[in-house]
Structures are given as structure tokens and as C-alpha cells.
Design a protein around this ligand. Structure first.
Ligand code: GRG
Length: 304
């Protein structure tokens, strides 16, 4: 393994450990002020949904984007934890029988299998809500204006015009296959929006200039495209053991993907192009951006 990749993997692991420790604390049985009680079954399901493995890529992007622009690390960790709560909620709800109907996630039983469907729905609901709590709480040491910007940006990324809307388009795609532009839009919403937020959040936390914020946002967009393309390739080429979840489902359902439309050779080339574009965007930051650039490569080359 080359040195840059090694540094990246070490940093990804250490930020994942910090995020997990924070999530564990946030999901402890002790009530926060103004909470009346924390029902233990629901709290346990949330804890299980969040602390069951996972690469913690989105929080890593928040932390490292903030670090690039001189943002407060503790605040970035909290925003990363909030984002991971939303990501995990989306996985819990996506796995439900009414959606993808999966029994396995991150190599373990999905939340509705381990607990029950109603608890899984409520765990997702509560994780989504908790994300806004974590950002707005006094423990997140940021100016109120930055918190408002973060809450607005994460809401737009997760809601009707972002991830949840993308999931609705994805469900509709099972009965009517979208064209290429439709696939790109669906994926930008369903998967891309949270990844773009992760990178833009770093700039907001750092109180960066509009230009820096825009640059990080575009970087997030590019690696979001790479992430989804890699996911489509893995859905076709990987197996349940490596991925920790069912594979081949998109193809089996005749769901349109860019790989299905253009073939594997095109997808590989396109993936390289997205990573090059992402790298190009960070040129102004020189060596300081090396870690984020290695992250872009990792996203494109990941095996799970
Ligand atoms: C239910 C509102 C709602 C949205 C669901 C994200 C999502 C939308 C569905 C998940 C289905 C899926 C496999 C999407 C492809 C991209 C994706 C989010 C993969 C999983 O993310 P990783 O690889 O997972 O970062 P880990 O486990 O490492 O966190």
C-alpha cells in the first residue's frame, strides 16, 4: 500500500473511532434536558442501527473538509455524527419490507429483523430528528448563524428535494425506467446529496468564503457521482459476503443504472474522470488536500 493510502486508512479509522464513541454517548440511556424519557427498546434499536459497523465515510468527509479550511474539530465531529444518524436512518427505512425488503445490512440482521417493523420505523424517525438536535445543541461549539446554515443545508440534502425525494424516484423507477438524465438526477438526490453536504459542511463549520464553500460543494458532487457509480459496479460484481448486504438487486429488478446503460468499460472510464475532476477542484489547496484526494480515490476503488 502506498504511503498516502496508508495515512488515509489510518485517519479514516481514527475518525471512525471518535465518531463511534460520540454516537455511543449520544445514544446512551441518560435523558437530555427537556427529554421526558428514553424508551429503552427504541433507544436500543437506534444504537444498533448506528453502531453496527459502517465505514463512517460521510463523517470523515465533514471532519477533513473542516480541517482543510481550519474549522473546529469537535464541532465537525458532532456535525459528522448528526450526518451519520441521517445516513443510518435512511438505511433502516430502505431495508423495510415496504422498500427494499432486506434482511442483512453491514453483515448483520437489519433493524426490523432484529427488533420489529414498528420499532425500525420509529428508530429511523428518531435518528432523523436527532440529527437536527445534535447540530443545534449548545454542545456544538459554533456561531448560531453557522448552525442555522448547517440545519438548512442538511434538511435540503435529506428531504423532499434530496435523499427522500431520490428514494421516491428510485421506487418509481421500478415500474418506469428513467432515461439517462433521470438516472443522474435520481442518484444525485438519493446518494449524492448527503455526500455533497458532508463536504460543504466542512466549509460552513470553518466559516469559509463563498468561493471555498462552492469549491468543497462541487468536490462533494463529484465524489458523490463516483460513489454511486462504484456502488452500481459493486452491485454487479461483488457478493453478499464482501458487501454485507444483498447484491445484484438493481439488475434483477431491471432498475436502470448508468452501468446498465453504457457498460462496464464506460463506467470505469467515467469513474476515473469523476476522480480527476474532484482532484482538480482541490488544486488550490496544494498538499493540504492530499487526504481528501486519497478519499476520492478510495471511494472510486472501494470493495464494499
Ligand atoms: C429511506 C428516505 C430513505 C432513503 C434511502 C441511502 C438510501 C436512500 C438507500 C440505501 C440504498 C443504497 C444501497 C444506496 C446506495 C448508496 C449507499 C447509500 C450505500 C451505503 O452507504 P455506505 O457504503 O454504507 O457508506 P456504510 O455501511 O459504510 O455506512
Amino acid at each position: 500500500m502506498d504511503a498516502k493510502r496508508e495515512t488515509f486508512e489510518t485517519r479514516l479509522k481514527s475518525s471512525a473511532a471518535e465518531i463511534e464513541a460520540l454516537l455511543d454517548l449520544l445514544l446512551s440511556p441518560t435523558e437530555l434536558s427537556d427529554e421526558i424519557a428514553r424508551p429503552d427498546l427504541l433507544r436500543s434499536a437506534m444504537h444498533y442501527a448506528v453502531l453496527n459497523g459502517g465505514k463512517r465515510l460521510r463523517p470523515f468527509l465533514v471532519v477533513e473538509s473542516a480541517a482543510l479550511l481550519g474549522g473546529n474539530r469537535q464541532a465537525a465531529l458532532r456535525v459528522g455524527a448528526a450526518l451519520e444518524c441521517i445516513h443510518c436512518y435512511s438505511l433502516v427505512h430502505d431495508d423495510l419490507p415496504a422498500m427494499d425488503d432486506d434482511d442483512l445490512r453491514r453483515g448483520k440482521p437489519t433493524v426490523h429483523i432484529k427488533f420489529d417493523e414498528a420499532t425500525a420505523i420509529l428508530a429511523g424517525d428518531s435518528l432523523l430528528t436527532y440529527a437536527f438536535d445534535i447540530i443545534a445543541a449548545p454542545e456544538t461549539d459554533l456561531p448560531d448563524r453557522s448552525k442555522t446554515e448547517l440545519v438548512l443545508a442538511i434538511a435540503r440534502a435529506a428531504g423532499l428535494g434530496g435523499m427522500a425525494g431520490g428514494q421516491a424516484l428510485d421506487l418509481a423507477a421500478e415500474t418506469q425506467a428513467p432515461n439517462e438524465a433521470g438516472i443522474i438526477r435520481l442518484q444525485a438526490m438519493k446518494t449524492g446529496a448527503l455526500i455533497r453536504f458532508a463536504c460543504e459542511a466542512g466549509a460552513i463549520i470553518a466559516g469559509a468564503s463563498t468561493e471555498d464553500r462552492q469549491r468543497l460543494r462541487r468536490f462533494g458532487e463529484k465524489i458523490g457521482l463516483a460513489f454511486q457509480l462504484a456502488d452500481d459496479i459493486l452491485d454487479l460484481t461483488s457478493d453478499i459476503k464482501t458487501m454485507g448486504k444483498a447484491t445484484g438487486k438493481d439488475a434483477a429488478r431491471g432498475k436502470g443504472t448508468l452501468v446498465g446503460l453504457h457498460g462496464m468499460e464506460w463506467a470505469d472510464k467515467q469513474l476515473r474522470r469523476h476522480v480527476e475532476d474532484a482532484e482538480e477542484l482541490l488544486v488550490p489547496y496544494g498538499e493540504r488536500a492530499a487526504l481528501l484526494i486519497t478519499a476520492a480515490h478510495f471511494i472510486a476503488e472501494r470493495k464494499s
